[in-house]
Each structure stands twice: as C-alpha cells, then as structure tokens.
Design a protein around this ligand. Structure first.
Ligand SMILES: [Fe+2]
Ligand SMILES: [Fe+2]
Length: 270
C-alpha cells in the first residue's frame, strides 16, 4: 500500500502528487476485526483500492481491542489495500486496555491514525478524532453535578477541541473530518432513543461548521441513518458497515465520495 508520513502539530503533513481531478474517498467503519475475520474484507479492500484514492476507516477497527485482532487487520490491509489509509479509533478499540499497542500495530502498517491529528492527501486535508457521547441539541449532557458527570462531559469537550485544533492546522482549501461518534442526532435515528446520548454529541458539530468541512464521516451507530446535515449544511455520512449493507446492498461495503480540490465557490470565482 502507499505509505505516508506525518506528525502531530501540523509541521509535517502527508503530501502526495497534486492534480486537478476530484479526490475519491472510500469511507467505511465498524469492521470490528475479530480472530475469525482474516480475509473477510478482501473484496472491500480491493474494490476501494480500485475505485478510490484514499480509504477512511472510522473506528471500531477491532472487536475487543486486542493486539491479535489488530494484527489480522493490518495483515489484510497490507495484502489488499494499495491506497493510503486514514483511520480513527472507536470505543471497541479501547475495550481490553491495549489501545496503545493496538494503535502502534496499526500505525506501523502504514495506516495513519488521526487521533486529534491532521493529514493531507493530494491537496485535501483530513482531520480526525474518535469523539465521545453526551447527546444532542438542547438535551445534551452538561457539566453539572457529580464529578463523574463532569468528567464525562469534559471528555466530550476535549474531543471536540482536539477536532477543532486538527482542522485549524490544515491550510488546504478543502477539509474532511473522520469521527467514530456522531456529531448529529439525524444519523443515529434508527437506534433506540434510550441510547442516543451514547451515540455521539452535538459538541462535535461546531468545529465542522466553523471550518466549513466538505464532509464528515462517522460510524458507531450501526442501526442509524446514512446521511444528515449539520446546522451549517455540512454533509455528514454514517458509514457504519451495517448501515452500508442495509442502504446500498448491491454496492461495495464503503461509501464513495468525491471532493473537489477547491470548494465550488472558489472555482466559480477564479
Ligand atoms: Fe461498532
Ligand atoms: Fe462504536
């Protein structure tokens, strides 16, 4: 697969050859690699490599966050993916307390984990963070009461701030956001309402609006809705694998999205 290099802080960025054609993005999420998953996503990986310029994996890369699962994932990526891969972690990747080792295994394969970091591919900027829960709109959990509630809210705020900083370090005309948790209620519709607060947080929406992101992709809401828009009309796509299988049964297990190198308004005026 094509490798890329980068580092937190925005000093060095991924950079591949520039051209005027739109960048083709293949986005998916919730692969939940388990000990039995070897080879299971061969078609997905091969078709994404054929149809897109970059593959986004929006969290829950592994099922239990085990190093063995991460090794199987990177084995399959190495075997069948020939385009750059950007990823964020999901809650399942934390489950067994080995998230540092899982992250190291994934990054050593050439996949770039965007945990509050940014990357640039062929002139398009990408920023990613796992995100966190807390709920949506006027019913969003606020920092009030018990210390545990305040810690929960602090975690959600921290993820939103990391997303904001990562987006701010990009100086590309177009920005794309990768999340695991949803920034919108709209794309978790279909899940039981009782668990909406654990599916995402409106706190993630503000950075997407302020930086006029071209599109945001997330997973986590396996039974959610495929598409939504932020209050500033930023398109948001739930690319959780079960959602893709349900909404595009005859298509590959990723969502294809083309992004122009420049925003349309900019192209119109030049
Ligand atoms: Fe998941
Ligand atoms: Fe998840």
């Amino acid at each position: 697969m094509a490798r890329a290099q980068g580092q937190e802080g925005g000093g060095e960025r991924f950079s591949f050859c520039m051209n005027a054609k739109p960048l083709r993005i293949a986005a998916t999420a919730d692969l939940h690699y388990a000990k039995t998953s070897k080879g299971h996503y061969k078609t997905l990986f091969q078709e994404a490599s054929h149809e897109a310029d970059v593959l986004l994996l929006c969290g829950d890369l592994t099922d239990y966050g085990l190093p063995e699962e991460a090794h199987l994932l990177v084995h399959d990526i190495r075997a069948d993916v020939t385009i750059p891969v950007l990823a964020v972690l999901g809650n399942h990747d934390f489950e067994s307390g080995h998230v540092e080792e899982v992250s190291r295994i994934i990054e050593e394969s050439g996949v770039k984990l965007l945990e509050g970091e940014c990357a640039e591919i062929e002139g398009v900027g990408f920023a990613g963070v796992c995100g966190f829960g807390g709920g949506f709109g006027r019913y969003m959990l606020n920092s009030w009461g018990e210390p545990l509630i305040k810690s929960f809210v602090h975690e959600a705020v921290e993820h939103a701030m990391r997303l904001e900083r990562a987006l701010g370090r990009l100086d590309t005309p177009q920005r794309i956001a990768l999340l695991h948790y949803s920034p919108l209620r709209e794309t978790v519709e279909g899940e039981p309402p009782e668990i909406f607060p654990f599916m995402g947080s409106t706190r993630l929406e503000g950075p997407l609006n302020r930086f006029n992101v071209a599109a945001a992709f997330h997973g986590h809401a396996h039974n959610g809705h495929a598409e939504g828009k932020t209050s500033a009309n930023v398109p948001v796509f739930n690319v959780s694998l079960p959602v893709l299988k349900r909404t595009q049964p005859d298509a590959p297990w990723f969502r294809l999205f083309e992004v122009a190198r420049e925003p349309e308004e900019a192209l119109t005026h030049t």
